[in-house]
Write a protein that binds this ligand. Structure first.
Ligand SMILES: N[C@@H](CCC(=O)N[C@@H](CS)C(=O)NCC(=O)O)C(=O)O
Length: 300
């Protein structure tokens, strides 16, 4: 531990350090003028394929798969690394400057919806799906939705930050947050031992909110911390993760606004259902070109 003694009043006189130092600020509001693009569908999503973004694109793809054509959407890429969340148009929709943010142009005036859980509830209620209108399953869905909204910042902003992104490894915060994240995984694991989905027998927006965070963690995909946290031991979380990952709508939703990882799983912007097929077409063409190049090299 360092022997840092906090001053009487904190001042912003140096970068905070770590992976997101360039975008962290102690003040809100826009940094520049930027009008947001608006596409052809009533629902305009401004997002990035992080776990918080994926919650919403999974729900939109699930709604479309169910036949709700009104859920067609344009998904625009907001690159938080370059500060796009601080553009004036984005801040007008979401004063908190964080993805995901949704604008519903089917209402007059346009409805702006921010906070991923608020977007999930808004869409689920708009289309009457994945959140019962009343009764115990609704309450249980809301319980787990609030649970993940309160818990994931401990996983991402706490454990992930200190384990993977902080400029130096420190035992105290890593120990504290590792303990809490393991407790959270155990909460889920015990619950999922007795329930197929978080709210019981029904797949709901609670699963969609929780899966991108805790499903990814369970499969060792977050912060390269799989071995450290012994994630393979949470077998019920893994069963649930794989069950959800097998859904075609989830596989599509996970690709939208994704700009990292395997390029084959990235669809930077989505404006039409056919964008996924075009993406497949691109992959086939790229594979054919690679095969041709390999064959030519072998013939040299
Ligand atoms: N509680 C918010 C969290 C959203 C959030 O933290 N978004 C991150 C990306 S996953 C972001 O936009 N960060 C940009 C920044 O902090 O400037 C939600 O659930 O929507």
């Amino acid at each position: 531990m360092t022997d840092y003694v906090p001053p009487k009043v904190w001042t912003w006189n140096k970068a905070s350090g770590g992976r997101f130092a360039a975008i962290n600020r102690p003040i809100a509001g826009p940094t520049h003028d930027k009008v947001l693009p608006v596409g052809k569908h009533p629902l305009q999503l401004y997002s990035l394929g992080t776990p918080n973004g994926v919650k919403v694109t999974v729900l939109l793809e699930e709604l479309l798969a169910m036949g709700h054509s009104g859920a067609e959407y344009d998904a625009w890429l907001i690159n938080i690394g370059d500060g796009s969340q601080f553009g004036s148009g984005f801040v007008e929709l979401n004063p908190n400057s964080k993805i995901p943010t949704l604008a519903d142009h089917s209402t007059d005036p346009v409805t702006s919806v921010f906070e991923s859980a608020s977007i999930l509830v808004y869409l689920a209620e708009k289309f009457g799906a994945f959140l019962p209108a009343s009764g115990p399953t609704r309450t249980e869905t809301i319980n787990w939705l609030f649970w993940v909204q309160g818990s994931a910042p401990i996983l991402g902003g706490g454990f992930g930050h200190f384990y993977a992104y902080a400029p130096a490894k420190q035992e105290y915060p890593i120990d504290r947050y590792a303990m809490e994240v393991k407790r959270q995984m155990d909460v889920l694991d015990r619950h999922l031992a007795a329930h197929e989905y978080l709210a019981g027998g029904e797949y709901t927006i609670a699963d969609m909110a929780c899966w991108p965070w805790y499903g990814a963690l369970a499969m060792g995909l977050l912060y390269e911390a799989g071995e450290f946290l012994e994630v393979a031991s949470y077998t019920n979380v893994r069963r649930w993760t794989e069950q959800i990952a097998a859904r075609p709508a989830v596989q599509r939703g996970r690709m939208v606004n994704r700009v990292f990882g395997d390029p084959a799983n990235q669809l930077h912007e989505r404006h039409d259902a056919s964008d996924f097929e075009t993406r497949t077409q691109d992959k086939l063409l790229a594979a054919a070109a690679a095969e041709k190049a390999a064959a030519e090299k072998a013939a040299e």
